[in-house]
Design a protein around this ligand. Structure first.
Ligand SMILES: O=P(O)(O)OC[C@@H](O)[C@@H](O)c1c[nH]c2ccccc12
Length: 261
């Protein structure tokens, strides 16, 4: 299964990073970073009718190269200008062609919070996200034992980072809630076979209490999708491909917001 393979490769990537900068060192760096205790990512998503998390993504295992030309900083600024609540930046290098420096540069350029989109399998990556300037980390339920998930959620919170915990079915939602997540994402894409079904997040919405921010992820293409999700009580959407394939990303985001697409 692709997810297992990505997780294995990620472990190797992290092991290499530890050789260059050991865990103790990255931890110290992370603790030295500013921590206002304000959770800007969570704040940016809360209290709106619908929040938009816009993704900077060059490629994916299911779609191959999505953006052959990839002016990531410009894209991030365009998202910000068009009213994105937050940015999601892929840092996984092998399957998504992401880079840590994309995140570092974007986070220092824009004034909206940035989510580090990676396959977290080691606490090292949570510290690293902080050092790179992220405001949030992605934690994928199916990659982590419940105790580990809880520990990473707590670690993230202790550093002033939010955790977007990604679940795909009822069991994973229960696990995420038990782990103390404040932001729960339901991925409409099944990472086991890449099928996409927007109804997945609508179906699972009822299982999540009101005080947990609910994010619908993947496969969102039209204003109609967004209307449907809004009506279903979804507070935020995470959109990648639809924006990345669009020539005028700002305009596309505007139109999605206005339901014109
Ligand atoms: O490009 P899309 O279909 O709009 O999807 C964006 C985002 O949800 C997707 O990239 C994603 C959701 N969960 C992930 C986990 C890892 C990597 C990527 C993802």
């Amino acid at each position: 299964m692709i997810l297992d393979q990505i997780a294995k490769d990620t472990q190797i990537r992290v092991a290499k990073k530890k050789e260059a900068c050991p865990l103790e060192e990255i931890r110290e760096k992370a603790l030295a970073c500013e921590n206002t205790g304000e959770f800007p990512f969570e704040k940016a998503l809360a209290g709106k009718e619908m929040s938009f998390i816009c993704e900077v993504k060059r490629a994916s295992p299911s779609k191959g190269v999505i953006a052959p030309v990839f002016p990531y900083l410009q894209i991030a600024e365009e998202y910000e200008k068009a009213g994105a609540s937050a940015i999601s930046c892929l840092t996984e290098p092998k399957y998504f062609l992401g880079q840590d420096r994309y995140l570092r540069e974007i986070a220092s350029k824009v004034n909206i919070p940035v989510l580090r989109k990676d396959f977290t399998v080691d606490s090292y990556q949570v510290y690293e996200a902080k050092v790179l300037g992220a405001s949030a980390v992605l934690l994928i339920c199916s990659l982590l034992e419940e105790e580990t998930l809880r520990a990473y959620v707590e670690l993230a919170h202790s550093l002033g980072l939010s955790a977007l915990v990604e679940a795909h079915d009822e069991g994973e939602i229960e696990k995420a809630l038990r782990a103390g997540t404040r932001i729960l994402g339901v991925n409409n894409r099944n990472l086991k076979d890449f099928t996409v079904d927007v109804e997945n997040s609508l179906r699972l919405r009822q299982q999540v209490p009101e005080d947990v921010i609910f994010v619908a992820e993947s496969g969102i293409r039209t204003g109609e999708d967004i209307e449907k999700l809004k009506k279903g009580g979804v507070q935020a959407v995470l959109i990648g491909e639809t924006l990345m394939r669009s020539r005028n990303k700002g305009k596309m985001l505007q139109e999605l917001k206005e339901g014109k697409r």
